[in-house]
Design a protein around this ligand. Structure first.
Ligand SMILES: CCCCCC/C=C/C(=O)SCCNC(=O)CCNC(=O)[C@H](O)C(C)(C)COP(=O)(O)OP(=O)(O)OC[C@H]1O[C@@H](n2cnc3c(N)ncnc32)[C@H](O)[C@@H]1OP(=O)(O)O
Length: 391
């Protein structure tokens, strides 16, 4: 009888729970659905056909709009603070306030339509696309003046990397490696460079359980970091604000790192029950000495931009007020240099380390796979999601 399941799952202290909720209920209220009932039903069917998981945020929006369209404003008692899944659902529905049913129905149809087109087109962006690459859900990718700019674009989530963003960055890097730009730049939209791994990535548990989730995470992470190790052109980070976790560790694989003096560099892996990735267990001790690397990667010491520059992780620091102007002027000059010479010079500097970096990457991912199953890690994620702790 038409129960389409979309799963939102959140960890529960020592074990991980999956709760499914109905987003499609085909016995709809006929009066409420009159004019666009067909569109609504079509949209509900379209949800089943999405080729990629739209992510928890979108699923929650779909849930809320569905409930609003069929039942009207949220009329359920607010779940307790530890009932994370039902609270997330309640929050999403309740946030719609007194939105009329008809508008909710229309918004549901619009959302499904935009999800269908963005999830379709994000896997169809051709390498070498010039100017603006549309179709990315979590990035803004532009190419001009010989520079491909990949901008992390989830500013309201401090550019946390969700699963979709990992895939889109890999796609954008592969496209940039083949386009006609000379250099590639990674930066963040908004006040953060990136707050690192999206901690809700840990909450969407597949039928194979947490072990399968951890295994898939390790596979994805290995492939993701591999794209940075193998990137053939000069790769530059413009660290526009605070950087956390994996967005910091990856910097050891960039060819230049320019930072605003507002940026900070924080790798709180022990606090999160996790261990270093992005090849930082190898690159950081080489860049800054083993003792300084341990302060960051084991004890979670947060560095200012000036300190990160003194340790060799950052190439140069700029005042925030002139950061964009000064760095772009410099990058435009770099991009005018002969691209083949730059590529070949990077190759000769980096290539003898590549095999080692891939081996380090594999080992780090395998260690992390085990860490993600630990109580230490699960408790840290639950604490963040239930807002008991922040960095
Ligand atoms: C395939 C898996 C690969 C895994 C690779 C391993 C990678 C490991 C890491 O990267 S470890 C680092 C993980 N990151 C964190 O622990 C940071 C968590 N975030 C925070 O502590 C804080 O949000 C903050 C200090 C970054 C910013 O604090 P504040 O300025 O007070 O802003 P808010 O907390 O209100 O944040 C606004 C909004 O963004 C959401 N958000 C921020 N960071 C994350 C995140 N990392 N994951 C998920 N969500 C994040 C936050 O929840 C707020 O959302 P809301 O407005 O409440 O909906």
């Amino acid at each position: 009888m038409g129960w389409e399941q979309i799963e939102i799952s959140l960890p529960n202290c020592s074990s991980l729970q999956v709760i499914s909720f109905p987003v499609v209920q085909l016995h709809l209220n006929r009066t409420a659905m009159r004019a666009s009932q067909k569109d609504f039903e079509n949209a509900m069917n379209q949800v089943k056909l999405l080729k990629k998981d739209p992510g928890n945020e979108a699923k929650l929006k779909l849930y809320a709009l569905y409930k609003q369209a069929t039942e009207g404003p949220c009329n359920m008692p607010k779940p307790g603070v530890f009932d994370l899944i039902n609270k997330a659902k309640w929050d999403a529905w309740n946030a719609l306030g007194s939105l009329p049913k008809e508008t909710a129905r229309q918004n549901y149809v619009d959302l499904v339509s935009s999800l269908s087109s963005s999830l379709e087109s994000s896997s169809q962006v051709e390498p070498g696309t010039d100017r603006k690459s549309t179709g990315y859900e979590t990035l803004m990718v532009t190419s001009e003046d010989g520079i491909t700019k990949i901008m992390l674009n989830r500013p309201t989530k401090k550019n946390a990397l969700n699963v979709e963003m990992y895939h889109e960055i890999m796609h954008a890097l592969k496209a940039a490696s083949k386009d006609d730009s000379a250099i590639t730049v990674l930066t963040g939209n908004g006040d953060y460079y990136s707050s690192g791994n999206d901690l809700t990535n840990f909450t969407d548990i597949p039928p194979g359980g947490v072990e399968e989730k951890a295994k898939n995470g390790a596979i994805l992470l290995r492939e993701f970091v591999g794209c940075f190790i193998d990137f053939p052109k000069p790769l530059i980070a413009m660290v526009n604000g605070p950087a956390v976790g994996i967005s910091v560790t990856l910097l050891g694989l960039f060819d230049a790192v320019y930072a605003s003096d507002r940026a900070t560099f924080h790798t709180p892996f022990s606090h999160l029950g996790q261990s270093p990735e992005g090849c930082s267990s190898y690159t950081f001790p080489k860049i800054m000495s083993p003792a300084k690397a341990i302060e960051m990667l084991v004890f979670g010491k947060k560095l200012t931009a000036g300190e990160a520059c003194a340790q060799g992780l950052v190439t140069e620091v700029f005042p925030d007020s002139t950061f964009q102007k000064e760095v772009w002027t410099r990058l435009k000059a770099f991009a005018k240099l002969p691209p083949n010479a730059m590529r070949i010079s990077k190759e000769i500097i980096r290539n003898r380390e590549k095999e080692k970096l891939h081996a380090v990457n594999a080992e780090e991912c395998s260690v992390l796979q085990g860490r993600w199953l630990s109580d230490e890690c699960m408790n840290a994620v639950v604490n963040f999601l239930s807002r008991k702790s922040k960095l």
